[in-house]
Design a protein around this ligand. Structure first.
Ligand code: NAD
Length: 431
């Protein structure tokens, strides 16, 4: 079993660290955020991810998993340093690599022997070379091989995705270093693809995210056409998905993609292409469609309520998707801000994301549950498709609303059933 330092205790770093510890490795997770580390040291996972609390607790108890703010505690003696720090949107849409660069500097200063430095953060091709340069320039005494090993886990099912990946992609200029990283995944029954140069592995991640985002924008464009010609886009997607060449995933008609990955990654890939003198038309269309998609609910609300000023509008769900408390690039943020600017009184409820929402959207009024949200409201908007919204007592909801208007941004309800209950119901792509 190996000694592993994981750099960054976010969704990816903490999941990676806890899972590698559970596979028997000795893992130290280092993060510069003192508050986060101190919470973890007290046994508290600082964000919501199903099953992660238990996994962390089990491995901390077994003394295979520890947390620190000090690279000098984490890196010396480690065989691997896995970088899992944030790569947010930077200037002009390019990825901001300053956290990766700073992690590489700190690793270089702390390493005391040969090390395999694994980049798990999502980064554009050529970043591995930058990390190599930083390591080499700050520490010429010890050999450091840089390997790209992008992460494909999804928030909400992070542990399952890490432990049962569709594939593990590993790329390095040094084959032996890539094979050493493959050893970490040996206990998993995973297809491992080793690419003979690091740029290819880096590109697989961007290409995968851009493709999934493109599927979402594609089906949302089909939804807009469907709405106009009287087709039901949800069933169109189902019909398409039954084709084995197409498959059903990422064909959900709705408010488009959000979150901490797709928006910034598509933008960063487009910016990278432009830097290399290529204008990626498809990627720009994907982004444009997605930007406009979330605003469809505003048009639908205007249509149903005549005006937005002084109307009480409840947002069912705030997180960018169900089973997470992540609000980064969530459609709810744009929708709430536009509604507030139009003079509406906006309420919100989310099973997991209320704490973060209170900070990001201080002018929204928060309800204890979906029924509180509905009480006296002029309209409800389904923004996030949490399962609990599928199981609401809709008769009770309708009885407490001032006007029974539901704009279903995720098509979770059956239009006929809703109209049968007396709602004015608008879905996406199937009015
Ligand atoms: P996150 O923001 O949740 O966590 C990043 C952590 O890194 C933070 O705790 C931060 O304090 C820490 N950090 C920043 N600079 C540091 C440094 N120099 N040294 C030590 N710690 C440092 O981010 P995340 O969602 O875990 O994403 C990390 C990377 O993985 C990003 O590149 C992201 O694109 C990619 N990714 C994310 C997901 C996802 O679903 N969240 C999935 C696949 C890939």
């Amino acid at each position: 079993m190996s000694r592993v330092a994981v750099i960054g205790a976010g969704y990816v770093g903490l999941t990676t660290g806890a899972c590698l510890a559970d596979l028997g490795n000795n893992v130290i997770v280092v993060d510069i955020n003192r508050e986060k580390v101190s919470q973890l040291q007290r046994g508290r996972v600082p964000f919501y991810e199903p099953g992660l609390n238990e996994l962390v607790e089990r491995n901390v108890k077994a003394r295979r998993l520890t947390f620190t703010t000090s690279y000098d505690e984490a890196v010396p003696g480690a065989e691997y340093a896995i970088i899992a720090v944030s790569t947010p949107e930077g200037e002009g849409g390019e990825a901001d690599l300053s956290f990766v660069e700073s992690a590489a500097s700190s690793i270089a200063d702390a390493m005391d022997g040969p090390l395999v430095v694994v980049n798990k953060s999502t980064v554009p091709p050529l970043t591995g070379d930058m990390v190599s340069r930083v390591l080499g320039s700050r520490n010429s005494k010890h050999r450091a091989d840089v390997v790209s090993n992008p992460e494909f886990l999804r928030e909400g099912s992070a542990i399952q995705d890490f432990m049962h990946p569709d594939r593990v992609v590993i790329g390095s200029h040094d084959r032996a270093a890539a094979e050493k990283v493959a050893l970490l995944y040996e206990p998993l029954d995973a297809h491992i693809l080793i690419t003979p140069n690091i740029y290819t592995a880096e590109m697989v991640k961007y290409a995968s995210n851009a493709f999934l985002a493109a599927r979402i924008s594609f089906i949302n464009e089909i939804a807009r056409i469907s709405e106009r010609v009287g087709a039901d886009a949800k069933l169109v997607a189902e019909g398409m998905g039954l084709d084995k060449r197409i498959g059903p995933s990422y064909l959900d008609v709705g408010l488009g993609y959000g979150g901490s990955c797709f928006p910034k990654d598509v933008k960063a890939l487009a910016a990278l292409a432009e830097r290399f003198d290529y204008h990626p038309e498809l990627l720009h269309a994907v982004m444009d469609i997605n930007r406009d998609q979330r605003m469809l609910v505003i048009d639908k609300l205007r249509d149903c309520l005549e005006e937005l000023n002084d109307r009480v509008i409840g947002l069912l769900g705030l997180a960018f998707k169900p089973n997470t408390d992540d609000l980064r690039e969530a459609p709810s943020l744009d929708i709430a801000r536009v509604l507030l600017a139009a003079g509406a009184q906006v309420r919100g409820y989310d099973p997991a994301a209320m704490e973060g929402a209170r900070v990001k959207l201080p002018d929204v009024e928060y309800s204890r549950d979906a029924y509180g949200l509905a009480d006296g409201a002029d309209a409800l908007v389904v923004v996030t498709e949490w399962n609990e919204f599928r199981q609401l007592d809709l008769g009770r909801v309708k009885a407490s609303m001032r006007r029974p208007v539901i704009v279903d941004g995720r098509n979770i309800y059956d239009p006929e059933h809703m109209r049968g209950l007396g709602f004015t119901y608008r879905g996406i792509g199937r009015d």
